[in-house]
Design a protein around this ligand. Structure first.
Ligand code: NI
Length: 265
């Protein structure tokens, strides 16, 4: 079995290959003397037997991560859970899945065609979280899905891999708050996702988050190439609950807007 460090390293390498901006930002922060720690990583999938949330979570649970709260995103037809590791230095894992039965019939048909291509026991792979795209998909299938669900189209185009890593801003030493980090990123030419304002969440909600807009990369489809948004980099600043404990969960209204960091519009 791979070690936790090997697994996180494999996830990071696959992710930065889709999101070169994350590597540039990581290096920029390193040049300032920061040692970047991750708050969480996030993965996406279709909510179907064998490849849903529980399949994607299994390799993390095998390494000690424990499931915490559930979230529902009605508008986006998603459910999600997050996992925490007993070692607080390990990132949380946030996994969402598309409620496929709530999609338009055409989208469901496309997803069925994709999933029908999976080898038997595909979802049981220990490397499922970085298995990549295991199916052939046509440009028109991507274009059709995007009309009903940007998320459905993203999973169709990219498959099984980390959607974003998230910098733990509490652990940065040269940025007092998320505003100063965001200003630094904009100054260096990065575009932030401003859906619902650049910073989602408030100090009172105990979690402030921002993110870049996903890089656009050339993706091979079975009938040609499209330049489409891939993965983004997120930044999270956590605050203390009235109990004095640092809040570790997520704020659904904020996450809802963060999902839009991969939208094509
Ligand atoms: Ni996130």
């Amino acid at each position: 079995m791979t070690t936790i460090d090997e697994m996180l390293d494999a996830l990071w390498r696959d992710y930065v290959a889709q999101a070169p901006q994350a590597l540039r930002i990581h290096r920029l922060l390193g040049e300032r003397g920061e040692r970047v720690r991750n708050d969480h990583i996030a993965l996406r999938t279709y909510g179907l037997p064998g490849i849903g949330i529980s399949a994607l979570a299994a390799p993390f649970e095998a390494h000690g991560w424990q499931r915490r709260d559930r979230y529902r995103f009605d508008d986006k037809h998603l459910i999600a859970y997050y996992w925490q590791h007993p070692d607080p230095l390990r990132p949380k894992v946030f996994i969402s899945e598309l409620c496929v039965s709530e999609m338009a019939f055409g989208t469901q048909q496309i997803i069925d065609r994709l999933v029908a291509q999976l080898p038997r026991d595909f979802g049981a792979r220990a490397d499922l979280p970085w298995a990549g795209r295991p199916w052939q998909i046509k440009r028109a299938e991507y274009e059709t899905m995007i009309l009903g669900s940007e998320y459905a189209a993203w999973v169709g185009a990219f498959g099984f891999r980390v959607n974003h890593f998230t910098v733990d801003v509490n652990h940065l030493t040269t940025f007092p708050d998320l505003q100063s980090l965001d200003a630094f990123l904009v100054e260096h030419g990065f575009r932030l996702n401003d859906a619902g304002g650049a910073i989602k969440g408030t100090r009172a909600e105990c979690l402030e988050q921002s993110s870049t807009r996903a890089d656009s990369i050339a993706v091979e489809f079975s009938d040609g190439t499209l330049e489409i948004p891939s993965c983004y980099y997120e930044f999270a600043k956590r605050h203390r609950l009235p109990s004095g404990e640092l809040f570790q969960g997520f704020v659904p209204a904020s996450a809802d807007k963060i999902f839009e960091s991969t939208d094509r519009k």
